[in-house]
Design a protein around this ligand. Structure first.
Ligand SMILES: [Fe+2]
Length: 253
């Protein structure tokens, strides 16, 4: 599996605090079958001008010196689009996912549909492919709005651990995957236990082996190779299975 969203660059944001903490998470990722991980520290739009900041380069060098061989480390950022992004092509190329055209973006939770539409359109018109982090978190998220944003060329990254949440965001995440509107899953690990592997397990338990393969292996791999993504077929997420899964997960869901 390939996880393109993580906060494991140590000590630079609200994710992992130390090299040791990140190394521990990376070892666990390797144990669960994750071959590649992209380090995507939070970056505000106005910080992208001189990105990546020197402290990120230093943190990366420190982590790489101690990190295991697997998962392989790639660099990127999670860019907050609460204000217009200075879309200078050469500089932007330094904060995309693994140096591809794909750029991971996020918004404040209460953002309007129109603001998302405008920001995603600007990124696309500058020649990049926006990958919207955890669309299920936003109040503006619905099957209709996400269909529209995908029509603008945006790819959708659903958080793997949210798939078995009983909160509204869990319901939205399942609706997106159910409707075939998710393009990749990711762990969004913050130096903790969140894992893309749990999302793959969830889908396989619902007979979604094909969806799991596309969402956790093939499409994230295509992003790193800067290739087009494959549409993921809809998946019926049956309520009875949800109940069984919740019991299996011991109430964590
Ligand atoms: Fe994140």
């Amino acid at each position: 599996m390939i996880d393109l969203h993580s906060h494991l660059l140590p000590g630079v944001d609200d994710g992992s605090r130390t090299v040791e903490q990140s190394v521990q998470v990376l070892r666990e990722m390797a144990r669960r079958g994750i071959t590649d991980v992209c380090l995507t520290p939070h970056l505000r739009a106005n910080e992208t001008v001189d990105a990546p900041p020197l402290r990120h380069d230093e943190a990366f060098a420190a982590l790489r010196a101690e990190a295991p061989d697997l998962p392989r480390l790639h660099r990127g950022a999670e860019v907050m689009l609460d204000r217009p992004l200075p879309l200078e092509r050469e500089r932007m190329g330094r904060i995309t996912l693994g140096g591809s055209r794909y750029i991971l973006v996020e918004f404040p939770r209460l953002v309007s549909t129109e603001a998302v539409t405008n920001a995603l359109t600007r990124v696309r018109d500058a020649g990049f492919v926006p990958v919207l982090a955890h669309p299920e978190r936003y109040s503006a998220c619905s099957v209709e709005s996400v269909s529209y944003w995908r029509g603008l060329g945006t790819k959708m990254q659903v958080d793997a651990t949210t798939l078995h949440s009983t909160q509204a965001r869990g319901q939205r995440a399942r609706q997106l995957v159910g409707a075939g509107l998710a393009d990749i899953l990711a762990g969004d690990n913050h130096g903790d236990e969140r894992s893309i592997a749990g999302g793959a397990d969830f889908l396989v338990a619902l007979d979604g082996d094909q969806q799991a393969e596309l969402l956790t292996v093939r499409n994230p791999g295509a992003i790193l190779r800067d290739e087009p993504l494959i549409d993921v077929p809809p998946l019926e997420i049956r309520r009875t299975w949800m109940q069984r899964l919740r019991r299996l997960l011991g109430g964590k869901a």
